[in-house]
Structure formats: structure tokens, C-alpha cells
Design a binder for this molecule. Structure first.
Ligand code: C2E
Ligand code: CA
Ligand code: CA
Ligand code: CA
Length: 276
């Protein structure tokens, strides 16, 4: 639906043909973007209960030479239709490891990266991660790999096996967008997860929708019970922060604290907070 947005602005419903050729055009442009340096990474700080920055989420950005900024929801979906997503995320992982190598763990404890199911199920994925952390000499435990519930698409067993291979390397694993998928609470206890990210759709309506408040409350209680950390994403005001804090939420991310920012700004922010 998102892909049709651009054409709809022009006042017509695009034909299948138009949509297809637009997609192909964008895919080619995206391949070029990687070599021509049009891609960048924005970092959004993650804070602990005392509002100290303990890490950040790396979010991909693309500025198309003619169309300007393209939403990641749009270009990631295009990249995910082929192995282009593997190339993009490999590039991103490389940049993140460079940043982790440049900053000591006392300044930047960790970085979270989004990994698409297509990349996650790629045969050489674990080897690639081992290599990239190894060549930069960083502790894999400083990387948090964010996965979505779609990793269970080929069955729970396969997903668990792959996740365990990552755990053996030492990286941390987070389940992203929790609550939006075909979520069943029962599988949670069988996944080797370190962290759960409550989707921002629940967090943003915490203070106005009592059903969402109840869901968030339940998720926090359950995660505590299972010994999994929780990151609340999309925290936009103090009322939401207080609600989460009172129910033991450990980590916070959202516009209330910081928007995603360029690497220079992120480093300045980290330096300004001093070493713990
Ligand atoms: P996500 O992983 O759920 O990332 C969080 C999104 O929420 C980001 O959108 C972030 O800018 C936004 N956000 C954070 N705090 C707030 C808030 O307080 N209010 C609101 N309204 N929004 C907030 P962004 O950067 O547009 O990214 C969208 C999605 O694109 C990401 O959602 C993720 O699914 C995907 N994405 C971005 N980079 C990558 C990547 O390298 N690989 C993959 N597979 N997906 C990526
Ligand atoms: Ca994410
Ligand atoms: Ca998310
Ligand atoms: Ca999301």
C-alpha cells in the first residue's frame, strides 16, 4: 500500500504494470545508491531508567538524487525482494562495527541493528557476523540483533537453531515490533531472547487507550517472569515514561528523549555524557 502512495498523489490508481516498473526502477536506483554513497545511517539513542544512554538503534537512510528522502519502510521492502537486502545490511553492519571499534564500551556499550529474515536465513550469516566483529576486534556482545516474528515463518525449530548459533557467537538477540505479528505468547519461552521491543503502536496510545495499557502491563510482567529485558519504543511523552517506569520497563527509545540522528551528533551526545 505504501508503494502506491507516490502515484496516488498524482491522482490515479497505478496499473500493475506501472507499479512493477516503478519497483524495478527503484531497485536499480537502490543498487546504485550503495556504490554512490547515497545511503547513510541514523542512530536513535536508547536510555536506561535513569535516562543514561546505553546504546542506540541503527536505522538506514536513503536520499535519492531526484526523489529526496525515501522512507525506509518503502526501500527496505524493495530490497527484501532480492538479496539486495543482504548487501545493504552487510554494509550497515560494517559501519556499526567501525563505530563500536572507535568508541570504548564505557562510552557506547551497545548498538542494535535490524536484520531482515532474508538475511538471517542466508547460509553465511553467522560466519559473516563472526568475521565482521573479528576484523574490527569488537566484542560481539556489544551487538544486538533485532529480529521480527517473521523469522518463525519456516517453523519455530529452524528459527531457534539459527538463533542459538548467534547466541554462541555472543551477540544479543531482540524481538522487534512485539505484539504486531502473529504473536503467540507461548513461543516466547522457547526462543533464546535477551530482549523484547514493545511496538510503538502500543506505547504511543498507553496514556489514552486502556486496552493498550493493559497489553503493555502484561508484556512487562511476562518478560520479567521470563528474565527478558524490555525496550519500549516510540516513547513520546513523560506520562508514557512514568507508566513504563512504574511497571519496571528497563530501556527506553523515542522522540521524548531523542530522534534518530547523524553519527556525528550521536558521538557528540555520547561524549557529553562522560564515562560511567
Ligand atoms: P523499527 O525497527 O520499528 O524502528 C523504529 C522506527 O520508529 C524508526 O523509524 C524510528 O525513527 C521510529 N521512531 C522512534 N521513536 C519514535 C517516536 O517516538 N515516535 C514515532 N512516531 N516514531 C518513532 P524509521 O527510521 O522510519 O524506520 C522504519 C523501519 O524501517 C524500522 O522500524 C525497520 O523496520 C526498518 N529498517 C530501518 N533500517 C533497517 C535495516 O537496516 N534493516 C531492516 N531489515 N529494516 C530496517
Ligand atoms: Ca527495530
Ligand atoms: Ca520496532
Ligand atoms: Ca516498527
Amino acid at each position: 500500500a505504501k508503494l502506491r502512495g507516490r502515484a496516488q498523489i498524482c491522482g490515479y490508481e497505478p496499473s500493475m504494470q506501472t507499479q512493477l516498473s516503478w519497483r524495478l526502477e527503484m531497485e536499480q536506483a537502490l543498487r546504485l545508491a550503495l556504490v554512490e554513497g547515497q545511503l547513510s545511517i541514523a542512530f536513535q539513542p536508547q536510555l536506561d531508567q535513569g535516562e543514561r544512554i546505553i546504546g542506540g538503534e541503527a536505522l538506514m537512510r536513503w536520499k535519492h538524487p531526484r526523489h529526496g528522502w525515501v522512507s525506509p519502510e518503502v526501500f527496505i521492502a524493495i530490497a527484501e525482494e532480492s538479496d539486495l537486502i543482504v548487501e545493504l545490511e552487510t554494509w550497515m553492519l560494517e559501519r556499526c562495527c567501525e563505530l563500536l571499534a572507535r568508541l570504548p564500551a564505557s562510552v557506547l556499550p551497545r548498538l542494535s541493528v535490524n536484520i531482515s529474515v532474508r538475511h538471517f536465513t542466508q547460509p553465511g550469516f553467522v560466519e559473516g557476523l563472526t568475521w565482521v566483529t573479528g576484523t574490527h576486534g569488537i566484542d560481539p556482545a556489544r551487538l544486538v540483533v533485532e529480529l521480527t516474528e517473521s523469522i518463525m515463518i519456516d517453523g519455530l525449530e529452524d528459527a531457534i537453531e539459527r538463533m542459538q548459533a548467534l547466541k554462541r557467537l555472543g551477540v544479543h538477540l531482540a524481538l522487534d515490533d512485539f505484539g504486531t505479528g502473529f504473536s503467540s505468547l507461548s513461543y516466547l519461552k522457547s526462543l533464546p531472547l535477551d530482549e523484547l521491543k514493545i511496538d510503538r503502536s502500543f506505547v504511543s496510545s498507553l496514556d489514552t487507550d486502556c486496552n493498550d495499557a493493559a497489553i503493555v502491563e502484561t508484556v512487562l510482567a511476562m518478560a520479567q517472569h521470563l528474565g527478558i529485558d524490555v525496550v519500549a519504543e516510540g516513547v513520546e511523552n513523560e506520562a508514557q515514561r512514568q507508566f513504563l517506569l512504574q511497571r519496571g520497563c528497563g530501556l527506553y527509545q523515542g522522540y521524548h528523549f531523542h530522534r534518530p540522528m547523524l553519527v556525528e551528533a550521536f558521538e557528540t551526545l555520547l561524549m557529553g555524557q562522560g564515562v560511567a
